[in-house]
Design a protein around this ligand. Sequence first.
Ligand code: MN
Ligand code: MN
Length: 300
Amino acid sequence: MIEGYEEYKKAGEIAASVMKDVLKLIKPGVKINEIVEFVEREILKRGGNIAFPCNLSVNEIAAHDTARIDDDRKLKEGDLVKIDLGVHVNGYIADMAKSIIVGKGNKEKELLIKASEEALDEAINKIKPGVKSNEIGKVIEETIRSYGFKPIVNLTGHFLSRYNLHTNKVLFNIYTRHYFEIKEGDVIAIEPFATNGYGKVIDEAEALIYKFLKRKPTRNIYARKLLDYIERRYPHLPFCERWLKDIMPKINLYSALRELINIGSIYAYNILREKDRGVVSQAEHTVIVKKDGCEIITSI
Ligand code: MN
Ligand code: MN
């Protein structure tokens, strides 16, 4: 029996049930802050904890977007939306993502979604103890290329452990020369990304999601106040500016966040955009590796 198994299962069930419901809200004209706040509220209502701010990334944005404070962006007909949400129970995390088209899309966007979903299914089918990590990358890459699209080379799946969303082990979405072996008891978030663009993401200037790194001295009083709050509330897992809006006025919050990034107290997850502004799809499940295969903890 793996450590935290029951907690992983519960986190996965909550993640899947919230995902199922949020997908029904995806319609033209809906504000993105309503969607991410729905996800975060429902995770808590259903007995989970929020593992990270709900990511909602549209079209050429691959990941790390969420609602800003006072965000009035709305979904538009034909947008390809990625919802990426995380639930933890006692630190054991379920991470999952789905892509969906707002209203009526087009054939290419539908195929992009199919490509990342099929790549995920193929990867899951292959996972068992002893399998080499690069064989998983290979099947993901081949599946996505068979649709005429490209995998995103610099976005990866990742291994999870208690209160740790990204351990130092990653699972590439392409074939790599180096590999390690998958082991029984590994907990892995597998997340293929497919694009009709270049196949790589670049940092946008803006970040909305952050993570605490370490305490550092600063003379800025707002930064000190914010750092105290963050260290107490979010010592291990990511948070976003939206969650800090009641701590201090927005103008002071932004300068405090900037200061904490500069001194190395927090890490900024910049919004990630496809290099050639191609449309990006994503599919993600968290799995636990078992004797003869793996168990999907986030299956809907
Ligand atoms: Mn995710
Ligand atoms: Mn993930």
